[in-house]
Design a protein around this ligand. Structure first.
Ligand code: PGA
Length: 249
């Protein structure tokens, strides 16, 4: 059966000292739910985070990577570099990467392939803009994002794919999708997977919700049958808030 997962996306926050402070606070918390827990610090702090968390149940993930194995890509980081510092999971396709760094579905397909070729797990993010939802186009947009970046994969590849539905209008805004809106979209996403890969694959893929998940709304969102956890931004920067969400199942 699919897993419940809560992943903290720290974005461009926390230098080395702040990272260690937050990790120490996280280590003092207890996981009382069945959720798998991950945090994604900046590239510069991954090695230190890996070492600090290596005997805990908290995994370290990266926020991005390049698709090439190596070469003349100034400023970029490859899958093998991430693996060499203990990172086995990478977030790809976050809406901030799409919006500010022009990441397209085609580019993301290449990044997904590179991660999977390196035996990494991918948390693949996607979600509609407010204008798409107002135009009642949100399912079409999300369906295309998934198909364009992932539907060249074979069914076994989905063992290493986690999906994260993050409506752009809910990220960092304090405005969440209602639990019903999240469930409706997650059910649509799962049906999209059923249509292409069949029910066994679709039912084995964890689909996370992201966008202003907080301690006071996590439980209701996570109670929905097709919501298998969350990708948490702002609230993941506070250990108590993050663990209130981890333990909200
Ligand atoms: P937020 O961010 O929880 O701060 O809305 C979520 C995300 O961007 O993954």
């Amino acid at each position: 059966m699919r897993k419940n997962i809560v992943a903290g996306n720290w974005k461009m926050n926390n230098d080395l000292a702040q990272t260690e402070t937050l990790l120490t606070a996280l280590k003092a918390q207890k996981i009382t739910s069945d959720a798998e827990v991950m945090v994604a610090p900046s590239f510069t702090n991954l090695w230190s985070a890996y070492n600090t968390l290596k005997n805990t149940n908290i995994e370290v993930a990266a926020q991005n990577m390049h698709f090439a194995a190596n070469g003349a890509y100034t400023g970029e980081v490859s899958a093998s570099m991430l693996k060499s510092v203990g990172v086995k999971t990478v977030i790809l396709g976050h809406s901030e990467r799409r919006a500010y760094f022009n990441e397209t579905d085609e580019l993301l397909a290449q990044k997904v392939d590179a991660a999977l070729a390196n035996d990494m797990r991918v948390i693949f993010c996607f979600g509609e803009e407010l204008s798409d939802r107002k135009a009642n186009n949100h399912e079409a947009v999300v369906g295309d994002q998934i198909k364009n970046a992932l539907f060249h994969l074979d069914a076994p590849a989905f063992q290493n794919i986690v999906l994260a539905y993050e409506p752009v209008w809910a990220i960092g805004t304090g405005e969440t999708a209602s639990p019903e809106q999240a469930q409706d979209m997650h059910a649509f996403i799962r049906q999209t997977l059923v249509d292409k890969y069949g029910a066994d694959v679709a039912n084995s893929v964890s689909i996370l919700y992201g966008g202003s998940v907080k301690p006071n709304n996590a439980q209701e969102i996570f109670s929905k049958p097709d919501v298998d956890g969350g990708l948490i931004g702002g609230a993941s920067l506070n250990a108590e808030d993050f663990f209130a969400i981890v333990n909200a199942f």
